[in-house]
Write a protein that binds this ligand. Sequence first.
Ligand SMILES: [Fe+2]
Length: 143
Amino acid sequence: MSVVYEYQLRIAQLFGVNETFALQAALLHDVSNVVPKDRMMSIAEAQSIDIIEVELRFPRIIHQKLSKDMAMGIFGCTGIAILNAIECHTTLKAGASPLDKVLFAADKISWELPGEHPYQEKMRQKLEVFDLDGAILVETSHL
Ligand SMILES: [Fe+2]
């Protein structure tokens, strides 16, 4: 089992988020990574996915909406809470649900990046004291 699924389940348990929903969101959140990066935007356009200005500037972000579209269209996922979490797992959003936040946090602390990334340890420390919003704030403020 991949690291993101392990984190997703552990964080979901800590914060009382439905584990089945959390696991489905973890399994499907990056499904669009099977699409070559240079084709993601054109496929999103072909699928009539609403593309906003920041996604034009940072095209990689579109993968979260593309994953939502594929989760629905290919895997038959109909869970609105799951689809919403997939759709904002990279950027999060105002009014995020607990499942949105759990997937966002699990995604960020599971990244295997080259070099030192102390924010990941700081996020883990916040989660250990049941501070999900604090963990998210660590990630969103380190950029
Ligand atoms: Fe992603």
